[in-house]
Design a protein around this ligand. Structure first.
Ligand SMILES: [Zn+2]
Ligand SMILES: [Zn+2]
Length: 177
């Protein structure tokens, strides 16, 4: 069994798939973060769009997410820290990807908010998971992001691979694809 692309030790079916399929909703900012990263890998762009807070969603579209995502080859997710208390729910992460066969990273501090389930998300959940009759009143949304101003060291050849495969980087994602 291969592990879920989000970097957990479970398979996709037992990890992010039920979120993408609408049978459950994320229970924490970290779970939402992981499932959104995984949605990029799996091309679940509607999920990325709908888990974006309705208050900031009008700047994006499923089409724009798809266009951008088509250029990225995602390699792995690293969660740096999660801060969850009453005042703030933030996840700092590094998403590794390849562009023109060069390893790059996206380093972000995302803010998440628990907000009432909006009608667009609710309609989608009713469509894709009609068996889920007891929808939560509030769900976690990605709200906005800031970008920490510090550079991240690229993996060394003998480091464990950024994709969490358990192999060395040089024997895994360092190889061209
Ligand atoms: Zn996952
Ligand atoms: Zn790898």
């Amino acid at each position: 069994m291969t592990n879920c692309p989000c970097g957990s030790s479970r398979g996709y079916t037992d990890c992010c798939k039920p979120l993408h399929a609408g049978t459950i909703t994320a229970q924490s900012p970290e779970q939402l973060m992981r499932s959104r990263y995984c949605a990029f890998v799996k091309g679940e762009t509607a999920y990325i769009y709908l888990t974006h807070s309705p208050s900031t969603r009008d700047n994006i579209s499923v089409d724009s997410i798809e266009q951008w995502n088509a250029q990225c080859h995602w390699c792995g997710l690293h969660i740096v820290t999660c801060t969850a208390d009453e005042s703030a729910n933030r996840v700092e992460f590094i998403a590794w990807y390849k562009e023109d066969n060069q390893l790059k990273y996206h380093h972000e501090l995302s803010q998440f908010k628990l907000e009432p389930l909006d009608s667009e998300f609710q309609t989608r959940l009713n469509q894709i998971a009609p068996e889920q009759t007891n929808l939560p009143a509030q769900v976690w949304y990605y709200y906005d992001a800031s970008y920490p101003d510090k550079s991240i060291a690229l993996p060394k050849r003998n480091d464990p691979c950024i994709c969490h495969s358990g192999k060395k980087y040089k024997k895994c994602c360092a190889l061209s694809n």
